[in-house]
Design a protein around this ligand. Structure first.
Ligand code: C2E
Ligand code: MG
Ligand code: MG
Ligand code: MG
Length: 292
């Protein structure tokens, strides 16, 4: 009966919507096989210390290279993976691959960076989450201080009470936690009182309006004051212009990420950027040309 209903419902969709729906259904079944078929890759986007332009961290960003459809953005397949119950396995794969990458960079003598990894609420909310993180780090002999987990406000609020325990356990382990896309969710902010949040990533939607949009400027200044008072380190996302960079630096933002410094790039490019001698001094100019 459900099937007939579904079929009838299709009559109300335009051909465009039908095509979209068909693509989603196909992608969903292909997503189930993508891990096993080795179709995922990680790209890494540098985070710089704004004052000096020095690379202090990289964020692992997932890419799905579909054999027929080409590159599919995480904006499309992550929400799908969440709905299908696949996100936990994908997040585990990402964390493991990111740890292996750190290990590899370390063994070639590159300066140690912080590695930022996005995690979804589905995995973060699991009882044994912190144990799994600890084991992954131990397997690669990585110091927990090297890892930063990014979680969105929405995810934090969805998790409720057990989340507080998880945050404190991560803090005790020495792994840092960042609130991603700060300002776009329900900013209840009560979780900031727990003193278990180390970084706030200011969402790119606020950075986009700088320096001319007075509201964005005011909101960012307020966020930076909040960070200072709570001893949380701010990271601005989506910095694309030198004007945005200058505004944020003057307003006291500590770290930044965005196309101005670098797009997400292949691991080999990160290695080049970090190789002594090639490391850029204290300029804040473009580190690498934009992704092709
Ligand atoms: P996010 O964690 O907030 O990542 C930042 C996104 O902004 C990335 O898009 C990045 O490429 C993009 N970005 C960086 N600098 C700029 C800039 O200057 N201008 C503009 N316009 N965009 C910029 P991406 O890689 O498409 O990722 C989108 C989202 O997908 C991420 O947002 C994150 O929420 C999610 N995601 C990505 N990888 C993973 C993953 O491994 N696991 C999970 N659970 N989620 C992931
Ligand atoms: Mg992120
Ligand atoms: Mg973000
Ligand atoms: Mg985002």
């Amino acid at each position: 009966a459900a099937k007939t209903e579904e079929r009838n419902a299709f009559r109300f969709y335009s051909p465009r919507m039908q095509a979209d729906a068909r693509r989603r259904i196909a992608l969903a079944s292909e997503l189930r096989k993508a891990l096993a078929d080795n179709e995922f890759r990680l790209m890494y986007q540098p985070t710089v210390e704004m004052r000096t332009g020095r690379i202090v961290a990289v964020e692992a960003l997932l890419r799905w290279f579909h054999p027929q459809r080409g590159l599919i953005s995480p904006g499309e397949f992550i929400p799908m993976a969440e709905k299908l119950g696949l996100i936990r396995r994908i997040d585990q794969w990402v964390l493991q691959a990111a740890c292996e990458q750190m290990y590899e960079w370390d063994s070639t003598g590159l300066p140690p960076l912080r590695m930022a990894v996005n995690v979804s609420a589905n995995w973060f909310g699991q009882a044994n989450f912190v144990d799994e993180i600890r084991m992954l780090l131990e397997a690669r002999r990585l110091s927990p201080a090297r890892l930063m987990l990014e979680i969105t406000e929405g995810a934090i609020l969805r998790l409720g009470e057990e989340m507080e325990r998880t945050l404190h356990a991560l803090h005790a382990l020495g792994v840092s936690v960042a609130i991603d896309d700060f300002g776009t969710g329900y900013s209840s902010m009560s979780y900031l009182k727990m003193r278990a949040i180390d970084y706030l990533k200011i969402d790119q939607s606020f950075v986009a309006g700088l320096p001319d949009d007075g509201s964005d400027g005011a909101i960012i200044e307020a966020m930076l004051t909040l960070c200072r008072r709570l001893d949380i380190s701010p990271i601005a996302e989506g910095i694309e212009t030198e004007e945005q960079h200058r505004f944020l630096l003057r307003a006291g933002c500590v770290e930044g990420q965005g196309f101005l410094y670098s797009r997400p790039v292949e691991p080999a490019v990160i290695a080049q950027l970090l190789t002594p001698g090639r490391r850029q001094g204290n300029s804040h100019l473009r580190l690498v040309p934009p992704e092709a």
